[in-house]
Design a protein around this ligand. Structure first.
Ligand code: FE2
Ligand code: FE2
Length: 357
């Protein structure tokens, strides 16, 4: 069987995990039932192409992206399109974006682009808009309404007044645990646009919202966070079926708030370890994030991999994560309607939550 047939088989029927080849991309099948045509799309994210000098780039990051591109090209049948989840570049340089685009050009299917903070904070998205895509937009595909948001904006003062140079601003935004950092936001102008866009969409139309940061609040210290996420959630609330897909966190992460399911995809560049907030300590958010076997930050490919979502099963959303160096996992709605791992490892086998990185 070809990989494509394997994957099809896997998506259509449960329990054939072994049939899936390990790809560093997410394959998403959208099949909302009667009246909508089933289709798939792949998801590649966070390649962080990094320039060392004029013509040299960090090789491992190049290879992660190249591998994803090749594997998407080998899918048979081909996905309808690829979503790139943001952070194509590391420091937003033209050379990094150009080099990343040159690799992405090898794809045999079109790309839907989402901007990440590493692509944005050098020139505030100028080059991205010239060469790649608008910063936010929407489109319809086979009965599904897709919305792309730029979720990595922040306060105007921080963006425009705080830093002596654009390079310094970019460096500051790229750091974790940064006391000089500033939380991500969608901001009111874009929220007003979203309101207008969604006003034209019937409430029973399935929505897929694509952002770079999670559109909820996970861990502020690392900007796994969107400060005005609740305003976006309020606009999504009237819709029957809403799936938010995002990058940025470089790890398995999922959640559900009301009618909105959230799923992250892994990076092709490197994994982030799981922050301490994931250990289900009391008063840590979000409540329904389960304890996860953490990635090993010293193992380059631990925590990278691929996943796919099956929205075919009525109100159920089933997300399959294939981790290259870790156990495969299936996350689906439990009887309360919240996503949860279908199987947990023996507590004695768990690797303790990471407290440093
Ligand atoms: Fe990233
Ligand atoms: Fe990011």
């Amino acid at each position: 069987m070809t990989n494509g047939i394997n994957r099809r088989t896997f998506l259509k029927g449960a329990g054939v995990l072994a049939a899936s080849a390990a790809l560093p991309v997410g394959l998403v099948e959208i099949a909302f039932g009667k009246g909508n045509e089933s289709f798939t799309f792949a998801y590649i994210s966070d390649s962080h192409i990094t320039q060392i000098n004029d013509t040299q780039f960090v090789r491992n990051f190049d290879r992660g992206l190249q591998k994803a591109v090749l594997e998407v090209n080998f899918m048979d049948p081909q996905p309808d399109f690829v979503i790139f989840g943001g952070d194509l570049a590391q420091l937003g340089k033209k050379a990094e974006i150009d080099h990343g685009l040159a690799m992405m050009k090898d794809l045999t299917v079109p790309v839907t682009w989402v901007i990440g903070e590493h692509d944005y904070y050098l020139d505030l998205g100028k080059y991205w808009q010239e060469k790649v895509s608008p910063l936010y937009y929407s489109f319809d595909h086979k009965g599904v309404h897709f919305v792309v948001l730029n979720s990595i904006l922040t306060h105007d003062d921080w963006t425009h007044k705080r830093w002596p140079t654009p390079e310094e601003r970019m460096r500051q935004m790229a750091r974790l645990d940064n006391p000089e950092g500033s939380p991500f936001m969608v901001k009111d102008e874009q929220i007003a646009w979203l309101k207008g866009d969604l006003a034209k969409v019937k409430k029973d139309t399935p929505l897929v919202v694509l952002s770079h940061s999670p559109l909820y609040k996970v861990f502020k210290e690392w900007n796994f966070w969107t400060d005005d996420a609740e305003k976006v959630q309020a606009l999504l609330k009237p819709f029957k079926k809403v799936q938010v897909l995002h990058g940025h966190v470089h790890q398995v992460l999922y959640n559900r708030i009301g009618n909105i399911s959230f799923n992250a995809f892994m990076a092709t560049a490197w994994p982030w370890p799981y922050p301490v907030s994931y250990s289900q300590l009391k008063n840590k958010v979000p409540d329904m994030t389960v304890f996860m076997n953490r990635a090993d930050p010293f193992k380059e490919r631990d925590g990278t991999g691929w996943g796919k979502i099956d929205l075919a099963a009525g109100p159920k959303v089933v997300h399959h994560y294939e981790l290259w160096e870790n156990s495969p996992r299936t996350v689906e709605n439990n009887p309360k309607g919240n996503p949860a791992d279908t199987k947990y490892q023996d507590p004695k086998m768990r690797i303790p939550s990471q407290e440093h990185y």
